[in-house]
Design a protein around this ligand. Structure first.
Ligand code: ADP
Ligand code: ZN
Ligand code: ZN
Length: 731
């Protein structure tokens, strides 16, 4: 027999499968040691076959099997195929996503466990015929299992009478299925430590999610109690012996959130957060693999939790951009989740107060079930959003970053002993150009996205088509010379607040202050425990925190993300405003939001202030349809980088020629195709160029374009060539 092996070596540019003669114990999914050149390396067996093209005298033999049983399950082998095909990844990079780094050199042992179900001949019969009236505990576990269909024996033993279970197994009422798994039988009992009673809306949501055979989009306003819905779904999943994955944006994995999960699920939960060392991560991974932990909570990569019998996947804040990985291996978490859910027959729920237009569109088309929770818990009101026109402020001589309204609101808030959040909507690196008098923003005539100012060349550029425009001296609309470009930084906000309110205690939260390992969590707990009056920060302060004392949210410069050079810029702005506004007035004190903008009439602010997500969605989806952006197309980018500029150019030429050939064959599939330098022209001495295209969704063109990228890699070994599907950021 011949084993097809993916060797764990990073230098191979092309994803090659090597043939080896097998030895005893090698199966599909086994991790093996193989001779490779003069070294011995680890590899993964992705298949077995009778034949090989390798001549007999050249064929080498596998030198050992590392674990007691295959470490890549059939599910993950299938997922690997799926991901390589969809996202054009190398198999070895995908396997590395599946396994913790610390595993290399380690070893996993095998185990078996029992699953019980009611034998078919008893399922349809009146239990009084074979369970005595007095045997309450037998009846109890019988009825439970009848409903649950299947459960682990250890789970039943722990939650019901073990003697009753034994008796029913002995009499054949329950049948036993023995399954070889890697995990130890689950020993802990899940205890409910809170006695929150779900509201009607929450119960209805849980029921709908657990009954749906499609993924569910849970569209619930901020503070509507989505977390309790997830927790209840997870509990119901565990109760039938299955496992669950809960994904949250990394930044929302706060101590508060982790405490909630610990309290509810105890040791049954594995928390995979960025603060873990490699060793700790491996331990959590192993607890999931062995079944000691049955709920994985974590950021994007937790979707690869090695759980079997997966019953539920939760994606909280589903619109969050962190669910799309932006460095190799690039993948879209939702797509992986759907694969795993399909494979396991698991439920999927994606929750958000501001679903991505793509998800809402799919829900409308019936691809997802849509569940709404339109009210906050206890019918608390959404905080009022007041829009301040900063052009007016400038006209009346206030050229600072604080409007009179925001200053007086801060004053009121501090006097009342409450807390405030000042939010700086600072996304990306780019800097747009705007007229301070009339709010005009320079945009690309072809693409209708904001132009980006490039200081070194003193020009404006469109990041979508690379068209260049001269920098403005006067506003083309109102002829004012007050052209503004650049950022306001968090430091400057803090300085200003300090001057205005010298006694206020301020915490600043941005990339600089959160660089160390736990800084982000520490700052948040500091603020939550009342050690500061004002939290000044970027996107990080916008995510799901629950601060009881915050009554004011100030949005310093709402336009920042609006003019980000991307087709999703307006949508992101709506999401950010809604998220950050949702931080105010979560407890009994009413909240207030002051939103400062130079474009007060932009529709995004009208819809956001009215909390009219669906109105906004309708406007946005029509625009996306008209301009042919996702979800009506897929964006594919081939990104080429090389230290030698002329080689990069040659490689790009090959790529665009190849792409043009595909487009000539499938013209109806292509909406846009062009080659250009990347907006970030050079990173770490490497020149970057790209071929950018938009094709119809799931077009046959995608696979063909991936082949084009492969041909570039083959022809130009010194060039790095990646493809991206629907990237967040085209920089
Ligand atoms: P969301 O995630 O939808 O923004 P949360 O899950 O954070 O909302 O819930 C908002 C607040 O309501 C939290 O403080 C939570 O503890 C509380 N809460 C949720 N469900 C209930 C309930 N059934 N009864 C009482 N309070 C609840
Ligand atoms: Zn103007
Ligand atoms: Zn353009």
């Amino acid at each position: 027999m011949i084993a097809k092996v993916i060797v764990d070596i990073s230098s191979s540019e092309v994803d090659r499968v090597f043939d080896y003669e097998t030895i005893d114990g090698v199966e599909r999914g086994s991790r093996v040691s193989v001779p490779f050149g003069r070294q011995s390396l680890e590899g993964y067996v992705i298949g077995l076959s009778e034949t090989t093209d390798v001549p007999k005298d050249k064929l080498k033999k596998i030198s050992g099997v590392i674990d007691d049983r295959p470490i890549i399950s059939d599910e993950f082998l299938g997922l690997c195929d799926h991901m390589t095909e969809r996202f054009h990844l190398r198999k070895i990079d995908v396997f590395r996503l599946f396994l913790p780094t610390k595993l290399r050199g380690g070893r996993i042992k095998a185990l078996e466990k029992n699953f019980l179900s009611v034998s078919p001949e008893y399922a349809e019969t009146d239990p009084n015929l074979f369970i005595k009236k007095s045997a309450h505990s037998q009846l109890e576990v019988f009825e439970y299992l009848l409903d649950a269909k299947e459960a682990e024996q250890s789970y039943l033993n722990a939650n019901f009478s073990a003697a009753a279970v034994r008796n029913l197994v002995a009499r054949g009422v329950f049948s036993v299925r023995r399954q070889r798994v890697m995990r130890t039988p689950y020993s802990g009992v899940v205890q409910k430590t809170t006695d929150v009673k779900l509201t009607d809306a929450q119960s209805a949501a849980v029921e709908a999610i657990m009954a749906s055979d499609k993924p569910t989009l849970l569209f619930g306003v901020t503070g509507s109690g989505k977390t309790e819905v997830y927790l209840d779904c997870i509990e119901k999943t565990l109760a039938v012996g299955k496992t669950a994955i809960m994904l949250v944006p990394e930044i929302s994995l706060t101590p508060q959130v982790m405490r909630i999960f610990r309290a509810r699920f105890g040791d049954a939960v594995a928390l995979l957060h960025s603060g873990l060392s490699d060793g700790e991560r491996f331990d959590e991974w192993r607890r999931l693999l062995t079944g000691e932990a049955r709920v994985a909570v974590g950021a994007r990569s937790a979707i690869f939790a090695p759980l079997t019998d997966l019953g539920l996947i939760v994606i909280d804040e589903e619109h969050d951009t962190s669910y799309v990985s932006e460095s190799n291996p690039r993948y879209i978490t939702r797509d992986v989740a759907f694969f795993r859910a399909r494979y396991n027959g698991a439920k999927t729920v994606m929750g958000s107060a501001t679903p991505s237009t793509e998800s809402f569109y799919r829900a409308e088309r019936g691809e997802y079930s849509l569940v709404r929770m339109p009210e906050r818990i206890n019918k608390r009101k959404m905080p009022e959003i007041e829009i301040v026109n900063m052009c007016d402020e400038a006209m009346y001589g206030n050229s600072g970053m604080f409007s009179a309204k925001l200053v007086s609101a801060l004053d009121d808030c501090l006097k009342a002993g409450n807390q405030a959040i000042l939010f700086l909507n600072r996304r990306g690196y780019s800097s747009y150009v705007m007229c301070r008098k009339c709010g005009y923003v320079a945009k690309c005539e072809d693409c209708d996205v904001s132009l980006v100012y490039h200081k070194e060349e003193n020009v404006l550029k469109c990041h979508y088509c690379q068209r260049r425009y001269a920098m403005l001296d006067l506003c083309p609309e109102c002829k004012s010379p007050h052209i503004k470009q650049g950022f306001v930084g968090t430091e400057r906000v803090v300085e200003h607040v300090n001057k205005m309110f010298p006694s206020a205690r301020i915490i600043r939260m941005d990339n600089d202050t959160t660089r160390s390992k736990d800084a982000h969590l520490r700052l948040l707990s500091d603020f939550a425990s009342g050690n500061a009056d004002i939290l000044v920060g970027t996107q990080m302060v916008a995510k799901g925190h629950d601060f009881a004392n915050v009554t004011l949210v100030g949005i310093i410069d709402a336009d920042m993300s609006l003019h980000f050079s991307a087709h999703t810029a307006v949508e992101r702005t709506f999401q950010l405003i809604t998220q950050v506004a949702g931080r105010a007035g979560r407890e009994s004190k009413p909240g207030r939001v002051v939103l400062q903008t130079y474009s007060p009439n932009h529709y995004v602010y009208r819809y956001a202030a009215a909390y009219d997500y669906e109105g906004f969605y309708r406007k946005e989806i029509n625009l996306l349809q008209a301009t042919k952006f996702p979800p009506f197309t897929e964006i594919i980018r081939i990104l080429i980088s090389c230290a030698d500029e002329s080689v990069a150019l040659d490689a790009t030429k090959l790529a665009i020629d190849g792409a043009r050939a595909v487009a000539a064959e499938l013209p109806e599939q292509f909406v846009y195709l062009n080659a250009m330098r990347s907006p970030k022209k050079r990173i770490q001495t490497k020149y970057r160029m790209q071929v950018l295209m938009r094709v119809l969704p799931n077009s046959a063109a995608r696979a063909r374009i991936y082949e084009v990228a492969d041909s570039v890699t083959e022809k130009f070994p010194g060039v790095t060539c990646f493809t991206e599907l629907d990237p967040n950021d085209l920089s």
